[in-house]
Design a protein around this ligand. Structure first.
Ligand code: NAP
Length: 306
């Protein structure tokens, strides 16, 4: 027998993707609830001192932009539940979601928007100067270092791309990699070698990010100190999908395999935002994902009742 009290959509995560999904789901007259970890701001975006690439909102503080998304959802009557989801099982009615406090919420569909966290470098000064010279996103924050010097730490494609991006803005860019061989593509390394304002330093392990009010230098374990205004940490991402093993198909990096509509390998389970396989992880692509996934969920629910 059909359970008419069942939620139509349970959204996991209250970052830009989750809030956008909630807005679209609510406007589609779906019964929706957003589950979020203890409220501490709207995800990664809240870490950004300034967001300068969200159309129409130049130089907005990341926290303020997140709060604007949230208050829009609240204005439409979206409700929130404090809780960290840690288990997902499917039955004939949809999905049963288990939380770490042992509570459970059931819904016909799930839109999973728990995001991906930037892997931290784990050195002294990193936490202290986050947002004051330490950044995890060159595309978001690079413009603040125009005409200045910056270090990019990492040897993968993200670090190589970040160094290239910053080389068009900064006076000087240091690419700091702990090994002599790069994990990222050799053609990108070659292109960086051609740039006059890029210095590649390999076999270099960061020890400390030093500064006063803002970053002034990156100190290496071998004793060298590199004077920089910014330190871009690009040492990989960690999608928050530990609880999804065996639930939906993940790629080798742990991202949920899903295209633009958020449709995953599991019926009624959608993915949106940084947690899914995609080329560009930005606020603007996260909110697009949320809209697409909510629309796909509405379509899925409509087809169930036909
Ligand atoms: P990644 O490939 O995992 O590279 C992370 C880099 O950070 C590695 O070079 C690693 O060093 C270094 N690292 C990790 N922990 C460190 C630490 N504690 N201290 C210093 N260095 C540390 O991550 P990614 O660059 O973010 O790329 C993720 C995936 O996205 C990759 O598959 C990549 O190819 C893909 N991607 C593709 C493109 C593109 O095609 N345009 C752009 C961006 C990303 P080791 O090498 O020594 O392990």
């Amino acid at each position: 027998m059909e359970n008419n009290n069942l939620l139509d959509v349970l959204i996991i995560g209250s970052g830009p993707a989750g809030l956008s999904a909630a807005i679209y789901a609510k406007r589609a007259s779906l019964r929706v609830l957003v589950a979020e970890k203890e409220y501490m701001g709207t995800g990664q975006i809240a870490e950004s001192d300034q967001v300068d690439n969200y159309p129409g909102m130049p130089e907005i503080n990341g926290y303020d932009l997140g709060e604007a998304f949230r208050s829009h959802a609240e204005k439409l009557g979206v409700e929130f539940h404090d809780g960290t989801a840690d288990g997902f099982t499917a039955d004939a009615d949809g999905w049963n979601v288990h939380f770490t406090d042992d509570s459970q919420i059931s819904a016909r569909t799930v839109i999973y928007c728990a995001g991906a966290a930037h892997r931290k470098l784990g050195v002294e000064g990193e936490k202290e100067f986050t947002g004051k010279g330490v950044s995890y996103c060159a595309v978001c924050d690079g413009a603040f270092y125009r005409g200045k010097s910056a270090a990019v730490i990492g040897g993968g494609d993200t670090a190589l791309g970040d160094a290239m991006y910053l080389s068009d803005l900064c006076d000087r860019v240091y690419l700091i990699h702990r090994r002599d061989e790069f994990r990222g593509s050799s053609s990108s390394v070659e292109r960086l070698r051609q740039k006059d304002n890029v210095e590649i330093i390999t076999g270099a392990v960061p020890a400390k990010i030093a500064g006063d009010q803002t970053v002034t230098a990156l100190e290496l374990k071998d004793g060298r100190s590199i004077p920089v205004h910014g330190a871009f940490v690009a040492v990989g991402m960690q999608p928050q999908t530990e609880c999804l093993q065996g639930v939906v198909d993940l790629d080798d990096g742990g991202y949920i395999i899903a295209g633009e509509t958020g449709v995953t390998s599991a019926p009624g389970f959608f993915a949106a935002g940084d947690v899914r396989t995609k080329a560009l992880r930005q606020v603007v692509t996260a909110v697009s994902d949320g809209a697409n996934a909510a629309t796909a969920a509405a379509e899925y629910l409509k087809n169930l009742t036909l």
